[in-house]
Design a protein around this ligand. Structure first.
Ligand code: ADP
Ligand code: MG
Length: 372
């Protein structure tokens, strides 16, 4: 196995810049996840590492070798794609065994060893009973597991897995996630994993790289990405419901600092949070502004005024989930959400009290538009 390093990699498709000066290092043995929305440049990054595409600029290293000039087959990486790319004329067994056939010809692997490898991976992924079928006789989820099995059957330097479980239904996804984690642990090998699902990223990764419009936004452990997002974009990426972001005015009065959103709310900021707030704030139309972030779990909602700082808002939407109801409020430019337990009945239009747990407050510069 080997680590991977990208140095100042830029990839253009004509005039479109898909990757813009991307650098990162994934050490040997790490489960490293590229997390970002569709179009961010995740697949392109894997394709450049696999050698399917050539970067416009920059260097790609696998282990201690610079591989820019190496053909894909010389790089010794295995890649599983979101869109399966199975051979339709081959059985499931032959599809999975295909990457082992070159070593077989070279006598590195006996027929019995090949069977054993296929057996090990297919029993782990629960697809043993389909070995004689053709790909067109499989559901999307089954094809995806075959594609994953084909990528994982070899022992390459590096695995590149591009949304390998995106098409599985919710229940299978959870078991596939555990399987992947187990596989990663058993193989102890380097895995570059792509997903747009933050739960998957949090659950599987040693480290996560958030990517946005071809640029690296932040790299960190799951805890760092969730607890210490450095930008509004990363904060929004890491959570469901997504973190509330509101641009508020910073008002100084009677030696206190207040955060104020139009005429909807105003509360005094705890002194300890002032330095963080100051760092993120900006001037606009003669006002001092800051982007405030607070997760739904840090928003307290109640029928009675629960503290001096609480403010009143009308309920805009309610969505009942298993244990809690998500309450949405409408602010001038965005939406704001919190939870109440299902026992507390709150109807659309009810005026309720909202109180923010200031331990859960974040402050960001504005780096993206907020949309309702
Ligand atoms: P992701 O995998 O994060 O969804 P991609 O790497 O597939 O993103 O794409 C990044 C950007 O590059 C997107 O804007 C996409 O439309 C564009 N792109 C990807 N492949 C090609 C291609 N072969 N030709 C032109 N543009 C492409
Ligand atoms: Mg993609």
């Amino acid at each position: 196995m080997a680590g991977v390093k990208l140095e100042n990699v830029t990839m253009k498709y004509g005039s479109l810049i898909a990757l813009n000066n991307v650098s990162f290092e994934c050490p040997e043995g790490e489960f490293f996840t590229l997390l970002g929305p569709s179009g961010a440049g995740k697949t392109t990054t894997l394709e450049l590492i696999a050698g399917i595409k050539q970067p416009t600029h920059g260097l790609i290293h696998i282990g201690d070798r610079m591989v820019n000039h190496d053909a894909p087959e010389e790089r010794d990486v295995a890649m599983a794609f979101e869109n399966y790319a199975l051979y339709p004329q081959f059985s499931v067994y032959d599809n999975i065994a295909f990457p082992l056939r070159a070593p077989r010809r070279k006598g590195e692997l006996t027929s019995a060893e090949e069977k054993e490898r296929v057996h090990d991976i297919t029993s782990l992924l629960g697809i043993e009973e389909y070995l004689d079928r053709k790909p067109q006789q499989l559901s999307g989820g089954q094809k995806q597991r075959v594609s994953l099995a084909r990528a994982m059957v070899r022992r390459p330097k590096l695995y590149l897995l591009d949304e390998p479980i995106a098409h599985l239904d919710a229940k299978l996804k959870i078991s596939a996630r555990s399987t992947l984690k187990l596989l990663a642990h058993q193989l102890g090998t380097t895995i570059l994993y792509v997903t747009h699902n933050y739960r998957e990223a949090l659950g599987l990764s040693d480290r996560i790289m958030a990517i946005r419009k071809g640029r690296v936004e932040q790299i960190g452990t799951p805890e760092e990405m969730y607890e210490k997002p450095q930008t509004d974009f990363v904060a929004r990426l890491m959570g469901d419901p997504p973190i509330n972001l509101v641009d508020v005015e910073v008002v100084s009065e009677n030696a206190r600092i207040y955060l104020q959103s139009e005429d909807l709310f105003r509360f005094p900021l705890e002194k300890a949070l002032i330095p963080d707030m100051e760092k993120a704030s900006w001037e606009e139309d003669g006002k001092k502004m800051v982007r405030m972030g607070v997760r739904a779990k840090n928003v307290r909602i109640s029928r009675e005024k629960s503290s001096e700082e609480a403010f009143e808002l009308p309920v805009y939407v309610t969505v009942r989930e298993a244990k809690n109801t998500v309450i949405t409020f409408e602010l001038t430019h965005t939406l704001f959400q919190g939870f109440v337990s299902n026992g507390q009945r709150m109807k659309v239009g009810d005026k309720v009290w909202v109180d923010i747990d200031q331990d859960g407050l974040y402050f960001f510069r504005r780096s993206m538009e907020l949309i309702k």
